[in-house]
Design a protein around this ligand. Structure first.
Ligand code: AKG
Ligand code: FE2
Length: 266
């Protein structure tokens, strides 16, 4: 059952341009993004047209395992007990940093840029020509949100139903690019294969227009349950057209996720 108000993901509200200046945090010494599959071996899959796209094996399981052990050394902060009014309940440990260089690595140092921009059109799995992609992504994609979030969910932790907001961000450079986030990026570093049970990301599609007013007995569309898959990237549209979604409770083991967003020029 969807919650009454439009609960927001408080995380996205901390985008650089809106947030008060944070105490200078040292940049993590991120391990190199290696090994990775070659671009030609990766494909996008539209799980729900116009809303959810996945890329299996975006990161190899070796890289994911290196990362989870590295990320465990970062100072993660457990969610403060009570969310602010209108914010979703998120119960997990999080590390958040503005790191444009890492965002750039995730974008250009992997297959993501070429896949999203349609530079590998023949093989990328989306049957959308390069020049029509701007409509899908909400504009000219210029990179990833420098605001990187790392989540660790242990047994019993979850992210309650919410919508992700679109935020204005500045991507540093010469000149800096004024951008806006349009799609959420989730990169799963763990799965049942690493002992994590539960923790699926679940989307609740809206009933088709016109159906809302019909008999209450009419059942809403089935939720879309995305099982964790090690190394899989998931993109979903956010902002005004964001689907209600949640990270289900982890029942066993640990779920690790890297979160950023696609940014378009504004
Ligand atoms: O961890 C998940 O499965 C969902 C995370 C999420 O919804 C978010 O970061 O906004
Ligand atoms: Fe979300």
């Amino acid at each position: 059952m969807p919650p009454k108000g439009r609960r927001k993901d408080a995380a996205t509200q901390c985008a650089p341009s809106k947030a008060p200046p944070r105490a200078e945090q040292p940049r993590p010494n991120w391990p190199v993004l290696h090994p990775l599959l070659s671009d030609a071996d990766l494909h996008m899959h539209e799980l729900l047209a116009g809303h959810i796209v996945t890329i299996a094996n975006f990161w190899t399981s070796t890289l994911c395992k290196n990362y989870t052990s590295f990320l465990s050394s970062l100072p993660l902060t457990t969610t403060p007990g009570k969310p602010k009014r209108g914010d979703a309940v998120r119960v997990n440990d999080r590390f958040q940093i503005d790191d444009p260089a890492f965002a750039e690595q995730l974008w250009s140092g992997t297959a993501l840029r070429d896949l999203v921009l349609g530079n590998l059109e023949e093989t990328d799995g989306l049957s959308i020509p390069k020049d029509s992609r701007q409509a899908l992504w909400g504009g000219e994609v210029v990179g990833l949100n420098p605001n990187i979030r790392i989540y660790r969910y242990s047994k019993g932790q979850f992210f309650d139903q919410h919508y992700d907001d679109s935020n204005n961000v500045t991507i540093p450079g010469t000149p800096p690019i004024q951008a806006r986030t349009t799609w959420t990026l989730l990169l799963y570093l763990t799965s049942a294969a690493t002992g994590c049970i539960g923790g699926e990301t679940v989307f609740y599609p809206d009933p088709a227009p016109g159906k809302k007013s019909r008999s209450k007995k009419e059942s809403p569309p089935d939720p879309i349950v995305v099982e964790l898959e090690i190394g899989m990237a998931l993109l979903h549209r956010h902002g005004a057209d964001c689907m209600l979604h949640e990270g289900r409770e982890v029942l066993e083991g640990e779920k690790w996720v890297i979160r950023s967003d696609l940014c378009v020029r504004r």
